[in-house]
Ligand binder design. Structure first.
Ligand code: FES
Length: 318
């Protein structure tokens, strides 16, 4: 009896000696990759829920993975019978609601105020020319959840939303909650969590129906840990009492005036314009992060007269 492989719910029979990655592709499962299966990009993570013993032992390229996570490009089937069950981190498009109901800002025109502006075909950030382009200029709103990542692509001159995308945060191999991710990032060098996420983000951006180089601005929100991991900050202090982001500590020490973060497209490993501004919104405090700040904007808290509470019921609830 041959080995029966179930990957992302699709069943197929597989031969001994074959590569898990190849078998997934053969049945139409797209495994994220940007290293031609060489073990370098770390994007092809799969979670194995059954039949781990039917796979070859982990290789050097998988040293960063624990538990039942493997790189699909590194494991071969080493048995001639049995069952393997696994799934990729990208478990398909999720349904993302596009229109929130009853928000105070709903229906009101939202003033556009991107950091990018145009003077003829000159594209400017803070008055400095970063490109020449006659076509539309685009921006991305990015919400980095511990479990789910959502991107929305906008035309920065008209405010029109052009496309959106979502996927399961591939950093799950570092643990499912923020404390595990902090521990993982502290114990493993190489910024593996950030690099793996950047690979997934790149695939999502490249699938958008615009030239990625016309994307000049990205606004990033997320809880303090997700945001700081993305910007390659040291997250150790968020995991220790009194649970402060390094940006919060630096602000208290007078080393910075805001907890917001800013970097370029190139340094964030994104396939957008290399000089694009990638801006991480400020956090509130501790684990109450930039997603809470975005929520305050969305509900127009500045003009709210009543005493209200904002509750974020996510993977980690604040
Ligand atoms: S495909 Fe890049 S590490 Fe497996």
């Amino acid at each position: 009896m041959p080995v029966l492989l179930t990957i992302n719910g699709i069943q197929t029979q597989v031969r001994e000696g074959s590569l898990l990655f190849d078998q997934a592709e053969r049945v139409g499962v797209r495994v994220p990759t940007s290293c031609q299966k060489s073990g370098k990009c770390k994007e092809c993570v799969v979670e194995v829920n059954g039949g781990m013993e039917l796979l070859s032992p982990p290789t050097e390229a998988e040293r960063h993975l624990k538990g039942n996570f493997r790189l699909a490009c590194q494991c071969r089937i080493i048995a001639d019978q049995g069952q393997i069950r696994c799934h990729t981190m990208r478990r398909g498009q999720m349904h993302i609601e596009r229109h929130a109901l009853g928000l105070p800002t709903s229906g009101k025109p939202i003033p556009l105020d991107p950091c990018v502006s145009r003077d003829g075909d000159r594209i400017l950030i803070d008055g400095m020319e970063i490109d020449r382009c006659g076509g539309p200029i685009h921006g991305i709103a990015l919400d980095l959840g511990t479990t789910t990542v959502v991107l929305r692509l906008f035309d920065l001159e008209t405010g029109e939303m052009i496309a959106d995308a979502s996927f399961e945060n591939p950093q799950r191999f570092g643990g499912s909650d923020v404390m595990s991710r902090i521990r993982y990032d502290t114990e493993h060098g190489g910024k593996l969590l950030m690099r793996t996420l950047a690979g997934y983000l790149s695939h999502a951006i490249e699938a958008f129906p615009v030239d990625p180089r016309s994307i000049y601005e990205v606004v990033v929100v997320g809880n303090s840990t997700m945001r700081d991991l993305f910007f390659r900050q040291n997250v150790y202090s968020i995991g220790q009492h009194p649970y402060r982001s390094i940006t919060e500590i630096e602000m208290m020490q007078g080393k910075r005036s805001s907890t917001s973060l800013s970097d370029t497209g190139r340094r964030c490993l994104l396939p957008i314009h290399p000089r694009a501004r990638v801006w991480g919104a400020p956090i509130i405090s501790g684990h109450v992060g930039a997603d809470a700040a975005a929520c305050m904007l969305a509900v127009d808290l500045a003009h709210e007269q009543r005493l209200v509470a904002i509750m974020d019921i996510g993977t980690n609830t604040e």
